[in-house]
Every structure is written in structure tokens, then in C-alpha cells.
Design a binder for this molecule. Structure first.
Ligand SMILES: NC(=O)c1ccc[n+]([C@@H]2O[C@H](COP(=O)([O-])OP(=O)(O)OC[C@H]3O[C@@H](n4cnc5c(N)ncnc54)[C@H](O)[C@@H]3O)[C@@H](O)[C@H]2O)c1
Ligand SMILES: O=C(O)CC[C@@H](O)C(=O)O
Length: 530
């Protein structure tokens, strides 16, 4: 049974997916302080939040059974991603569910700003019939600057075009071609500041975007600009904005988000006549809340059940098409990594993944976490390593890793060779995944083999001498070890040779020592795939 804690108000309709699952127990407790959350988090496998719960490092460290944190929404700035990643906890969000809703809120704010609707409403219900103070401006023929043209920014741009606005935008990841198709003119931040009549921000809050609009930007801004922030508090410097409003540089601003939420009662935005504020309502529609709750619940269940999942923010994204092509090799990579870790002495310094055949033409970088998981779990314990934290753990240990195209022309079929360099030696193994057959080890170093990576494999390096195979077989038989398959290979008659035995049982320390005591045997290793 998986225990799931829901610590923010999340749409009941969307949560039903979780509640109906027979293997999931859902507990809903909202309004917890950090200390309260820390005191109850221990038994939970999953934590589901919106934006109120601050999932700090301390919360994550107290959640010793946590496997996944689900964010019903887009922004994960309330979750300590580094802490989650280093603990191997998958963080999932629901990126698409509230895009249109937040875009529509941005438009509501823009129109309210253009026509002073909240201020006019307040005066009217106070009994005053003031038709002079609230003369507005049209949106038509105005320039809208959009900072951040991701999901929401693009939706805003599309709607702005329908209002007859000219849209100029800035986003380091939007190509000119796509911008042209969307009718957006790409511009620098400076161009937007100097020319836009309205400006709306739709970036995440990062070290790069924090105070992206501050005093120096207000100093060059077109006088009379109106600004909207339905993204994150802190992208626009609040103190600098108040100054710009007072100086008339900014004609009005509409903010859904604050640097600290909720804002202090004396926050200058709350009294300023040119400000419109809402309490982080961008995503608050019935539709969006159902969408995000449903989206995140589905993925959390998949993670808990070890099924394929999407929308993880702390694992590199892979397209479904690519994932389907790589899927057969994921377990193989882990097994090859595991084998090499057991075959080598010294501390791991370098791991290289070489892909041959059709694989060589794909982006295979997402195989790395699986290989590292195999290598590191042997050294750190299987419980400590997963595909979320494998890269993080490797980097922390200064282990260099890379994936490259194989230079070998030997194989036309898809094969993966993993090379492991330690402080004292370098070894490599090659595997392939054959449809209907499964994973196979096809070479150990230069020696061709054909072994399914399971059970116990004894690797013996010896001198090619008559009678040796019989002695090894006898020794194992007398120790009650049944040999399932045996393969031998040699460089030249009487030269170096290898013996690879697949056994039904693990060889004891005594057996390993007895094998090593045979004078012709130079090295004995057992690789366990169990
Ligand atoms: N008010 C709300 O309730 C609410 C609801 C949903 C989303 N949000 C917030 O809205 C923002 C946008 O959400 P989204 O779903 O569109 O995200 P998104 O990831 O699809 O888009 C963000 C875009 O910002 C761009 N960007 C990053 N740094 C930039 C920079 N320095 N300059 C220009 N562009 C930059 C990225 O390239 C990306 O295209 C996020 O901050 C999200 O948390 C708020
Ligand atoms: O939980 C909310 O309502 C806020 C959501 C929003 O800020 C988001 O980033 O998705």
C-alpha cells in the first residue's frame, strides 16, 4: 500500500484517480507549518502540493520513504529540487493543465488595467458616480512586450493578436521561425523596455530572471507603460516598481504574484492607486484545478508502481518516440554497469557508453543514468541509488561520464559497450538487446560470449593448459554449484584464456579462494546479477 499525503487544497475531482486506486491510501492535511509537516512526513511514499506548502530540504530529509513529490501546477520553486534530486526523489509537475487559465487571467488583468475596472468598481459601490477619473486606453494598435514565450506567453501572444495588438517578445529558446509563425517579432529586453505600451512576464523565477526588471530597466522604459505579472513574484523588483509608479514611468501595474506570499498588510502594492492585485489566482479555475490534480495524480501513481511516467522536472526530458527506441536498452545498461563494477578494482573514475549500430544515430545520453545506477549501486547500495540521483552522485564523486558513438565497425546491429576506468585498471563489456530474447552480454573485453545477464557469472582468466576446465568443473561440482553454461576463449594456443561460467548458485569465499589457488588461474571474479 502506498501512502500519499496531500498537503494543499487540491481539486477533489482530480484526486479521485488516486483515491480510487486500491494500492494507494490518501491522507489530506492542509495548512501545516514546516515543523508540523516534518513531524508527520516519515511514513509517506508521496507528497502532493500546490504552491502553499514549502517543501524544504528539512522536509525532504524527514521524508525518508518519499519516492515522489507531485506539484499540482507548473512552478516548482516551492520545492527544494537539489535536495529531492540528491535523495533520489522524483519531482513531477503538471505543466499544461493551467496554461489557458493563467493566460486568461493575464488578459483579465490587462483589460482591468487598461480600463481601471477594480478602482472604478470600488468607487461606484461606495456611492460615487465618477466618469472622469477612469478614462482608459484601448489595447488595439498597442505594442505588447512578452517576456518568456513558453506555454503561457505564447497563448497570451495569440490572444493579443486577436485584440489588434502588435506582439514583440523575448525568449532565449524561441526560434525566429517559430516566432514568425506565431506572428511575434523577436526583440531584446532593451527593445521591449523602450517600445512596449504593455509588458507581461511569463518566465520562471530563476537566478537569471530574479529582478530582471529593476531600477536600471525602469530608467530606460517607455514612459506610461503598463505592466502585468502573473508569473512569479520577484521577476520584477517590487520596490523599484513602486518608485516607477510614483514617478509616472509606469502608468499602472497588475500583479497576481508577490515576492513573499501572502504579502505583509503594509505592502505598498496593496494601497497604491495605480496597482491591481489578486492573491495568486492565475491558475484558479475549476477546469485548471481539475486538470492539474488529475495530471499529477496519474503520474504519481505511475512512479509509485514503477510504470513509465512523464513530467518529471528533475530527470532530463526524453521524447516518447526516443524513449520507445531506448526502452529495450535501459535494463541492459544497468546490468552492464553492475557487471563492470564487480569486475574492477580501484575507485571508479570514468564511465563511457559507446553505442553502435542504429543506436549510434540516436541521442543516447539518457542511457547514462541507468549505467551509473548499475555502477554506483554496487558501491553505495541499491537502496541509495536510482536514475534520479545517479548523475548527481557521480558528479559529487568526480566521476567523469560520457556517451559516444562507437568507432567499431564490427557490429551493424545495435550494441552498447560500457567502459569503466578506475584508479588502477580499465575494463569493458558489450551487450545487446534482441527483441523476443531480451538482454545479452555479447563480449567481455575482447572475448565474444553469449550470456543472459542474470544469476551468477564466474569470470576466470587463466593460462591455456590442458585439464584446467575439468579441474574447475570438479571443484565447483564438489561445492554443490551447478554450472548452467560454460564458454571458453583464448588468444592463442597455450596463451591467455578465459572461462565464463553461468552458475545456479553463488560461489562461497572458500570456492573463490580454491579456484584462485590453482596455479594457472590468474584472476577470478564473480558477477552477481541477482
Ligand atoms: N499565477 C499563477 O497562478 C501561475 C499559473 C501557472 C504558471 N505560472 C507561472 O508562469 C510562468 C510561466 O509558465 P509556463 O507554463 O508558460 O512556463 P514555460 O516553462 O512553458 O515557459 C517559460 C518560458 O520562459 C523562458 N525564459 C526563461 N528565462 C528567460 C529569460 N531570462 N528571458 C526570457 N525568457 C525566459 C523559457 O525559455 C520558457 O520558454 C512560470 O513562472 C509559472 O510558474 C503562474
Ligand atoms: O497552486 C496554484 O494555484 C498556483 C499555481 C501556479 O503558480 C503554477 O505555477 O502552476
Amino acid at each position: 500500500m502506498f501512502n500519499v499525503l496531500v498537503s494543499d487544497p487540491i481539486s477533489h475531482f482530480g484526486l479521485q484517480q488516486l483515491m480510487r486506486a486500491e494500492d494507494v491510501k490518501v491522507t489530506q492535511i492542509t495548512g501545516l507549518s514546516e515543523e508540523e509537516l516534518i513531524s508527520i512526513i516519515r511514513p509517506y511514499d508521496a507528497l502532493l502540493v500546490r504552491s502553499q506548502t514549502k517543501v524544504t530540504r528539512r522536509v525532504i530529509e524527514a521524508g525518508v520513504h518519499l519516492k515522489v513529490i507531485g506539484r499540482a501546477g507548473v512552478g516548482v520553486d516551492n520545492i527544494d529540487l537539489d535536495a529531492a534530486t540528491s535523495r533520489g526523489i522524483i519531482v513531477i509537475n503538471a505543466p499544461d493543465g493551467n496554461t489557458v487559465t493563467t493566460c486568461e487571467h493575464t488578459f483579465a488583468m490587462m483589460m482591468a488595467l487598461a480600463r481601471h475596472i477594480p478602482q472604478a468598481y470600488a468607487k461606484t459601490i461606495a456611492g460615487l458616480w465618477d466618469r472622469k477619473t477612469f478614462v482608459g486606453v484601448e489595447l488595439q494598435n498597442k505594442i505588447l512586450g512578452v517576456l518568456g514565450l513558453g506555454r503561457i506567453g505564447i497563448e497570451v501572444a495569440k490572444r493579443a493578436a486577436a485584440f489588434g495588438m502588435t506582439v514583440i517578445g523575448h525568449d532565449p529558446f524561441l526560434s525566429e521561425e517559430r516566432a514568425n509563425k506565431l506572428g511575434i517579432k523577436l526583440a531584446t529586453l532593451d527593445e521591449i523596455l523602450r517600445t512596449a505600451d504593455f509588458m507581461t512576464v511569463h518566465t520562471p523565477l530563476t537566478n537569471n530572471t530574479r529582478h530582471m526588471i529593476a531600477k536600471p530597466q525602469f530608467d530606460v522604459m517607455k514612459r506610461g507603460m503598463r505592466m502585468i505579472n502573473c508569473a512569479r513574484g520577484g521577476i520584477i523588483d517590487e520596490a523599484a516598481l513602486v518608485e516607477a509608479l510614483d514617478e509616472g514611468i509606469v502608468a499602472g501595474a497588475a500583479f497576481d504574484v508577490f515576492e513573499h506570499e501572502p504579502p505583509a498588510p503594509d505592502h505598498p502594492f496593496l494601497r497604491h492607486p495605480k496597482m491591481i492585485v489578486t492573491p495568486h489566482l492565475g491558475a484558479s479555475t475549476l477546469e485548471a484545478q481539475e486538470n492539474v490534480a488529475l495530471g499529477v495524480s496519474e503520474q504519481v501513481i505511475h512512479v509509485l508502481r514503477h510504470e513509465p511516467f512523464k513530467n518529471a522536472v528533475n530527470i532530463p526530458a526524453v521524447s516518447t518516440d526516443l524513449l520507445n527506441k531506448l526502452q529495450p536498452y535501459l535494463t541492459l545498461c544497468e546490468q552492464l554497469g553492475k557487471a563492470l563494477a564487480q569486475m574492477t578494482d580501484g575507485s571508479v573514475r570514468e564511465v563511457t557508453v559507446e553505442c553502435a549500430g542504429e543506436l549510434a544515430d540516436l541521442d543516447t545520453s539518457s542511457l547514462i543514468p541507468y549505467v551509473l545506477k548499475g555502477v554506483l549501486s554496487h558501491h553505495l547500495g541499491a537502496e541509495q541509488v536510482n536514475i534520479v540521483n545517479a548523475i548527481h552522485l557521480a558528479k559529487n564523486r568526480d566521476i567523469h561520464f560520457e556517451v559516444r558513438k562507437s568507432l567499431s565497425t564490427r557490429s551493424l546491429s545495435s550494441e552498447i559497450t560500457i567502459r569503466l576506468k578506475t584508479t588502477i585498471e580499465e575494463r569493458w563489456v558489450t551487450g545487446s538487446a534482441v527483441p523476443g530474447v531480451g538482454e545479452r552480454l555479447v563480449r567481455i573485453g575482447p572475448y565474444p560470449v553469449d550470456i543472459s545477464p542474470e544469476g551468477y557469472v564466474l569470470l576466470i582468466s587463466q593460462m591455456d593448459k590442458p585439464g584446467l576446465i575439468g579441474r574447475v568443473g570438479t571443484l565447483l561440482g564438489e561445492s554443490g554449484i551447478n554450472i548452467a553454461t560454460m564458454q571458453v576463449g583464448r588468444n592463442e594456443v597455450g596463451g591467455s584464456a578465459v572461462m565464463i561460467l553461468k552458475n545456479d548458485k553463488k560461489a562461497s569465499k572458500n570456492v573463490m579462494e580454491s579456484l584462485f589457488a590453482i596455479p594457472e588461474i590468474k584472476r577470478v571474479r564473480e558477477v552477481s546479477f541477482v
